[in-house]
Design a protein around this ligand. Structure first.
Ligand SMILES: Nc1ncnc2c1ncn2[C@@H]1O[C@H](COP(=O)(O)OP(=O)(O)OP(=O)(O)O)[C@@H](O)[C@H]1O
Ligand SMILES: [Mg+2]
Length: 314
C-alpha cells in the first residue's frame, strides 16, 4: 500500500526567503513522525502546506491518493489539523465551538453528541465547556484545539506543537493519546521537546533552514550522538582521578571526562572510540580496580547535542 502522506520536493518561497526547500518524505499508517527543527526552520510552513492552507511554490503533497493542491477538500476531510497557537473563534464557548465544528464536518444528532462527548472526555476539557475560548488558559486552549482536530476521527493527524503550554500531567496524557492513535493513523507532530521523540515518535525528521537534515528512527538519531554508548560512573571525588586513569586504558575508550561534583560525588564519563558498547569492559575494569562506585550506567545518547550538531552546521 502507498504511504498515507507523501511530500515530494515541497518548497515554499516568501519573496526572497525560501522557507521550505525541497522537502521530501512519506509517512505510513502506524507511524508517528516527529518533526524537529529550530525556530523558523519551516515546520509550521510545511504543515500548512500538507493541510492545504498554504499553496506550495513547488513540489506536492499527496494524502491517501489525493493531491492536496488539486483536491484540497477531499484531502482535508482525511486530516485533523492542530495549528500553531490558539483556536479560531475565540469568542465562542468551548462546547458551542466543538458542536459547530462537528456540524461543519457533517456530524449530526446523537452521533454528533456522542462524538463531542467522547473527545471532551479524552482531552479533559469538561470543566471549561461553558467558558469562552478567549478566556481559557494557554494549556486549555491547546486542548480545545486538539479536541477540534480529533473530532471527525481522521486517518491523518498534523499536530503543530501539540504539547506546547501543557502542564506535565497533561503532556504525559496527550503523549499517551498520540501514541495510542499512532497505531492506526499516520501522524506528524512538530516539537521542540527532544524527550517527546522518545516518548511518542516512531520516526524523526530534522529540518534546518527549510532543508531536511535527518530522516530516521529516534534511536538512529541518538546514535549520532558523541555520547551514544558512553558510560557514566559516579564515584567519591577523591577516587575520581585514579579511576579515570584506569578506565582511560580500557580498549575501546576514546577519552574520559570529569563531570559535575555533587556532595562529594563526581560523575566521570567514558566515551567510546567508535560508538560501540563499552559498558561491559568498563564495569569489569571498575570491578578489578576494587573501587566502590555509587552508580554506573550506559548512555543512549544526547538528543540535544545531536540536534545542535545537525542544525548548527546549516
Ligand atoms: N506568511 C509568511 N510571509 C513571510 N514569511 C513567512 C510567512 N510564514 C512564515 N514565514 C517565514 O518562514 C520561515 C519559517 O517559518 P515557520 O513558521 O515555518 O518556522 P517553524 O519551524 O514553525 O518555527 P517555530 O519553531 O518558531 O514554530 C520563517 O523565517 C518565517 O518568518
Ligand atoms: Mg512553528
Amino acid at each position: 500500500m502507498a504511504a498515507m502522506i507523501v511530500l515530494s520536493g515541497l518548497t515554499k518561497r516568501f519573496g526572497p526567503l525560501t522557507a521550505v526547500d525541497g522537502v521530501s518524505f512519506s509517512v505510513d499508517r502506524g507511524e508517528v513522525l516527529g518533526f524537529l527543527g529550530p525556530n523558523g526552520s519551516g515546520k509550521t510552513t510545511t504543515m500548512r502546506m500538507i493541510t492545504g492552507y498554504l499553496p506550495p511554490s513547488a513540489g506536492s503533497v499527496v494524502v491517501c491518493g489525493h493531491d492536496v493542491a488539486a483536491e484540497p477538500l477531499a484531502a482535508q476531510r482525511l486530516i485533523g489539523y492542530l495549528p500553531e497557537g490558539a483556536p479560531l473563534y475565540g469568542d465562542m464557548r468551548t462546547g458551542a465551538f466543538l458542536n459547530f465544528i462537528a456540524g461543519a464536518r457533517g456530524m449530526s444528532g446523537a452521533d454528533k453528541a456522542r462524538r463531542v462527548g467522547s473527545i471532551v472526555e479524552r482531552v479533559e476539557i469538561g470543566s471549561v465547556l461553558h467558558q469562552p475560548i478567549d478566556t481559557l488558559s494557554k494549556g486549555f486552549k491547546r486542548r480545545v484545539g486538539l479536541a477540534q482536530a480529533l473530532l471527525h476521527d481522521p486517518e491523518i493527524l498534523i499536530l503543530d506543537e501539540p504539547t506546547d503550554g501543557l502542564d506535565p500531567n497533561q503532556k504525559h496524557q496527550v503523549r499517551n493519546l498520540i501514541r495510542d492513535m499512532g497505531h492506526d493513523k499516520a501522524i506528524i507532530i512538530s516539537t521542540h521537546i527532544l524527550e517527546e521523540m522518545d516518548a511518542v515518535c516512531t520516526r524523526a525528521a530534522v529540518i534546518a533552514k527549510g532543508r531536511m537534515v535527518f530522516d530516521g528512527t529516534p534511536n538512529e538519531l541518538e546514535q549520532r550522538s558523541a555520547f551514544h554508548n558512553s558510560v557514566s560512573i559516579r564515584v567519591k571525588s577523591e577516587l575520581a582521578p585514579k579511576l579515570s586513569a584506569d578506565i582511560g586504558n580500557v580498549a575501546g575508550v576514546a577519552r574520559v571526562e570529569a563531570g559535575e561534583t555533587v556532595d562529594g560525588v563526581t560523575t566521570i564519563l567514558a566515551i567510546p572510540a567508535d560508538g560501540r558498547s563499552i559498558v561491559r569492559d568498563v564495569s569489569e575494569r571498575v570491578g578489578e580496580s576494587g573501587f566502590a562506585v555509587e552508580g554506573l550506567h550506559a548512555e543512549r545518547g544526547r538528543l540535544d547535542e545531536v540536534f545542535r550538531q545537525l542544525t548548527a552546521s546549516q
